[in-house]
Design a protein around this ligand. Structure first.
Ligand code: ATP
Ligand code: MG
Length: 479
């Protein structure tokens, strides 16, 4: 079959084919770019696999990827940047926002203890055999004699139409060889809205323990891609159903299930969490608000208690959860920087707005939340809105309306007091100068007292008022 799609007519692809013809090489664009071409997804990463037409006995492809890349970079001229990775026999050409990756066709064999294969030169067919999924194994010829011809030995096109993720060869071997493919299978299913083929699914369940040889960093990369999908819940549900979830993220698996006592149950926190996650994902939110949604109730299993009057309680689950965040981030190899701090803060504060809906709420409580959330207050309110997952529509509407009122209160206070990025109007150095103090705990005490007085509305957020207030405090202390 010849591919009929304007993208395949891109001048740069013709140019690659022409250079290959000139050098007496065969070349094919392969993998993700071909898949995305048929799915009409944008893709700027182009993988090109290169084959010597009649390799000598024992085959000699290594280096020919680099040879072609070099020729292509020269033809493209000034705007092109060539990077050669000799040890891997690969080369990359960057040109106008595109990344062209060149490699000789290869065959792979695996050892049990590593996902890094022994690589040998191979034919195009052998190169396609080593690919992870049928939809990722399609190749399109770039040589003039069959430009645009699709080579699709495993009916990847059919699987694209059926929306199926399936391994080209025996899935037990594919996953055991490189267990990262189990994560990739679930990630592609989530990103593309596809299903796992039955055999492929079963093989993941059978080989799940093999995930242990994969580095945490690689797993995190796949998890982040799942998180950035349109409906991230699908990925987490597949991780759960295949049995991978407790192996890679036991705290999340612990949210599953409902306990019933004296006829009273509680929500299944796992499915509630996934609904919250999908809710924030719908709003086009960034990666870290999505992580905050996933982790917002992570402390619930540890705080769960039975109270004969109140039923199931989860007291302080936000606080317990916030304390778990740095440990979870460290173990999953997520960044331990301000992103983690943001997620920790979101988890910590996610129960606060609900306490602000009463009419009797003081300005001071609202001010304190504004102060603690700072510029992340809008994200916090998005999370709280997403956290409303009741099936009772009237309840849902009432809760949303309540949060609307809380937002209103915040806007009014913010206009009046500018608390969001609040910096105390008098700093420690000034306090020391005022009373000729050396650095000591009293300075901190005075500073904290000013902050509290402003947040509690005792004094306005102004410098003169703050200085007067400190003077009064000081005098009291001297008595
Ligand atoms: P994306 O770039 O969106 O993650 P992709 O399919 O391009 O998707 P890459 O990781 O860029 O994925 O890999 C390019 C191609 O290399 C894949 O399409 C697949 O054919 C092959 N591939 C990548 N990783 C593996 C693997 N672990 N096992 C087998 N084949 C793989
Ligand atoms: Mg890619």
């Amino acid at each position: 079959m010849t591919v009929n799609n304007p993208k395949i007519e891109a001048p740069v692809l013709h140019l690659i084919g022409e250079e290959a013809d000139r050098l007496g090489l065969e070349c094919y664009v392969i993998g993700g770019w071909v898949r995305d071409l048929f799915l009409h997804r944008p893709s700027d990463d182009i993988d090109v696999v290169v084959v010597a037409p009649q390799p000598p006995e024992g085959g000699e492809n290594s280096g020919i990827g680099i040879t072609l890349a070099d020729a292509v970079a020269k033809r493209l001229g000034k705007g092109a940047h060539l990077a050669v990775f000799k040890t891997y026999g690969t080369a990359q050409v960057k040109h106008k926002g595109m990344e062209l990756e060149f490699v000789g066709a290869r065959r792979e064999s695996y050892r049990r203890d590593s996902r890094n294969p022994i690589v040998e030169d191979g034919t195009l067919e052998e190169d396609q055999n080593r690919r992870d999924f049928t939809i990722n194994a399609m190749a399109i010829c770039l040589n003039k004699h069959s430009y645009g011809e699709l080579l699709d030995p495993f009916d990847g096109i059919g699987d694209l139409e059926r929306c199926i993720i399936k391994t080209p060869l025996d899935p037990d071997i594919t996953f055991s060889d490189d267990p990262l493919r189990m994560m990739r299978a679930i990630r592609f299913a989530t990103q593309l809205g596809f299903n796992l083929d039955g055999e492929t699914f079963d093989a993941i369940a059978r080989n799940k323990e093999r995930i242990g040889i994969i580095t945490k960093e690689r797993i995190a990369e796949e998890l982040n891609k799942i998180m950035l999908s349109r409906r991230p819940s699908e990925g987490w549900i597949l991780l759960d159903k295949t049995g991978l979830l407790p192996l890679i993220f036991p705290e999340l698996a612990a949210l599953k299930g409902v306990e019933v006592k004296e006829g009273r149950g509680h929500k299944d926190v796992f499915y509630h969490t996934l609904k919250v996650l999908d809710n924030v994902a719908e709003g086009d939110s960034g990666l870290w608000l999505r992580w905050a949604a996933l982790l917002h109730d992570i402390g619930k299993p540890r705080s769960k208690a039975w109270d004969p009057q109140a039923g199931w309680t989860f007291r302080n689950h936000n606080y317990i959860g916030a304390k778990m965040v740095p440990k979870i981030f460290a173990r999953l190899k997520l960044p331990l920087n301000e992103k983690m701090e943001y997620v920790r803060k979101m988890v910590d504060l996610h129960m606060r707005p609900i306490n602000l809906i009463e009419d009797t709420v003081t300005d001071s409580a609202v001010r304190r939340l504004l102060f603690e959330a700072g510029d992340d207050i809008d994200d916090l309110m998005l999370l709280c809105d997403a956290d409303i997952t009741s099936r009772n529509e009237q309840k849902v509407e009432r809760y949303h309306r309540n949060y609307q009122l809380v937002r209103q209160k915040m806007v009014e206070l913010e206009e009046r007091d500018r608390i969001r990025n609040f910096q105390p109007p008098v700093n420690g150095d000034e306090i020391m100068a005022m009373f000729h103090l050396e650095p000591c705990s009293l300075v901190g005490e005075l500073k904290a007292a000013v902050k509290d007085a402003i947040l509690d509305g005792v004094i306005p957020n102004e410098r003169d008022a703050a200085i007067q207030y400190i003077n009064e405090l000081w005098q009291k202390k001297q008595k």
